[in-house]
Design a binder for this molecule. Structure first.
Ligand SMILES: Cc1cc2nc3c(=O)[nH]c(=O)nc-3n(C[C@H](O)[C@H](O)[C@H](O)COP(=O)(O)O)c2cc1C
Length: 404
C-alpha cells in the first residue's frame, strides 16, 4: 500500500471528444468495437457478489477479461474502501494487501486486451446491516433514519431483511472516511488500475449526505447545499490530490430515489455538485477524468425496469442541463439501448454511454452493438448469486452462438 509506487505515464485519454482510438482496427480483436460512429461503449459498474470473502478471484479475472476490448473502458463493480463499507455479500474490497494483489490479476487481464479499467470506490453507508459490519455494529450514515420498509437488504444467506437503524457519523469522524477513500484510491493505482470512480450515487453514503430527504444533520455537513455536498467534494479533492485529477471519475444520481435517496430539488442539487466540481478543476488546474450521471429512467438496480421520475422529456432536459453545465467529459448511463446511445452522442448529450444489464448478458456487447446483432437476454435471478460461472461468465459471445 506504499505511496512510493512508480510514476505512471499520463493516461492515454480516450475521453477527449476527438481522441483517436488507435490500435483498434483489427477485426480479429473486434476492431474499433467500442466505437460505433461516435458512440463509445463503457462497462457500467455492477455489483455481482462473486468476490468470495471480499477478494477478487479467477471468476472476476474471466468476467472482466470477457468484457475487455482494445480501447474499451471498464468500470469495476462497487469496491469496498474499508471494513464498514459493505452492504452486499461477497463484494470485493481494496483496503488489504491481499485484495490489492488479487486485483492485479484482473487489471492485467484487462490491460492485455488493450482496455482501460477504473475501480469504483464504494461505501454503502446505511445501506448495510450488522452482519456486514465489523463487530456487528450499526452501519454509518448522515442520519439515524433507516431505509424504509419499501427496500430490503440481501443477506449472506440469500434471504432479504429490513435495513437497520444507522448511526449518524460524528462530525470529527468524517475526515477518517475521507482518508479511507484516499487510501483506497492509492491502493487501486498500486493494483494497476488506470483510475478510480467515486460512487456518489444511488443512495449510498455520499448520496446520503447530499439528499435533503435523508440528511437531517445540524452540523457543517447538513442543511445548505454547500454543507450537503461538502463530504463528496472533500473526497474528490483528497483523492485527486493523491492520484491526480485525470485519474478520478465521479458518479452522481441527483434525480434517482433508489434506497429513499430523494431530494426536493434534484436539478439544483446536480448543478450545485457540478458547479463545485468545475471550481475544483479550475483550482487544481486540471480536469477530472469524467462525470458519470445515472439517467433517472433507471431505478433500483435492476429490480424494476422503469421509474416514475417525470416524463422522458423532462428527464432528458435535466440530463442536458447537467451535461451542458459540466466542464469536461460526461458519461451517461441508465436504460440505454443501441439507439438511445447513438442518439445521446449524436445530440451531444454525452461523450460516452455506460451499459449495465446488457453487458451482463453480452460479454461482447460493444461488438454486437456495432454489428446491430441480436442480444442475449439477461437473467435477473443470477445478478447477485455467487456461482463463479453460472449467470456470470457463461453468457455466450456472438461467435459462441446466441442464447436468446
Ligand atoms: C446487478 C447490478 C449491479 C449494479 N451495481 C452497481 C454498482 O456497484 N455501482 C454502481 O454505481 N451502479 C451499479 N449498478 C447500476 C449500473 O451501473 C447501471 O447504472 C444500471 O444498471 C443502469 O444501466 P442499464 O440500464 O444499462 O442496466 C448496478 C446495476 C445492476 C443491474
Amino acid at each position: 500500500m506504499s505511496e512510493g509506487r512508480e510514476k505512471k505515464m499520463p493516461p492515454p485519454w480516450i475521453f477527449a471528444p476527438d481522441a483517436s482510438w488507435s490500435g483498434m482496427d483489427s477485426p480479429k480483436n473486434g476492431g474499433a468495437v467500442n466505437r460505433i460512429g461516435r458512440l463509445r461503449v463503457v462497462l457500467a459498474p455492477m455489483t455481482r457478489c462473486r468476490a468470495l470473502n471480499g477478494v477478487p478471484n479467477e471468476a472476476l479475472v474471466e468476467y472482466y477479461r470477457q468484457r475487455s476490448t482494445a480501447g474499451g473502458f471498464l468500470i469495476t463493480e462497487g469496491t469496498m474502501i474499508s471494513p464498514t463499507s459493505a452492504g452486499f455479500p461477497h463484494v470485493p474490497g481494496i483496503f488489504t494487501n491481499e485484495q490489492i494483489e488479487a486485483w492485479k490479476k484482473v487489471v492485467d487481464a484487462v490491460h492485455k486486451q488493450g482496455a482501460i479499467i477504473f475501480c469504483q470506490l464504494w461505501h454503502v453507508g446505511r445501506a448495510s446491516h450488522q452482519v456486514y459490519q465489523p463487530g456487528g455494529g450499526a452501519p454509518i450514515s448522515s442520519t439515524s433514519k433507516p431505509i424504509s420498509k419499501k427496500w430490503r437488504i440481501l443477506m449472506p444467506d440469500a434471504t432479504y431483511s429490513r435495513y437497520p437503524e444507522p448511526r449518524p457519523l460524528a462530525t470529527h469522524e468524517i475526515a477518517d472516511v475521507v482518508e479511507d477513500y484516499r487510501q483506497a484510491a492509492i491502493n487501486a493505482l498500486e493494483a494497476g488500475f488506470d483510475g478510480i470512480e467515486i460512487h456518489g450515487a444511488h443512495g449510498y453514503l455520499l448520496d446520503q449526505f447530499m439528499k435533503d430527504g435523508i440528511n437531517d444533520r445540524t452540523d457543517e455537513y447538513g442543511g445548505s447545499l454547500a454543507n450537503r455536498t461538502k463530504f463528496l467534494l472533500q473526497v474528490v479533492q483528497s483523492v485527486a490530490a493523491a492520484i491526480g485529477p485525470d485519474r478520478v471519475g465521479v458518479r452522481i444520481s441527483p434525480a434517482i430515489d433508489h434506497l429513499d435517496a430523494m431530494d426536493s430539488d434534484p436539478r439544483t442539487l446536480g448543478l450545485a455538485v457540478i458547479e463545485r466540481l468545475n471550481k475544483l478543476q479550475f483550482e487544481m488546474g486540471s480536469r477530472l477524468s469524467y462525470l458519470h450521471v445515472t439517467q433517472p429512467r433507471y431505478t433500483a438496480y435492476g429490480q424494476t425496469e422503469a421509474g416514475t421520475h417525470g416524463s422522458e422529456e423532462e428527464v432528458a432536459q435535466l440530463m442536458k442541463i447537467w451535461r451542458n453545465s459540466y466542464v469536461g467529459t460526461f458519461i451517461c448511463s441508465g436504460g440505454y439501448t443501441r439507439e438511445l446511445g447513438l442518439e445521446a452522442v449524436a445530440k451531444e448529450d454525452a461523450d460516452l454511454v455506460a451499459y449495465g444489464r446488457l453487458f451482463i448478458s453480452n460479454p461482447d456487447l460493444a461488438f454486437r452493438l456495432k454489428l446491430n446483432a441480436p442480444l442475449n437476454r439477461y437473467v435477473r435471478a443470477s445478478f447477485y448469486t455467487h456461482d463463479p460461472v453460472v449467470g456470470y461468465t457463461d453468457y455466450p459471445s456472438l461467435e459462441q452462438g446466441s442464447r436468446m
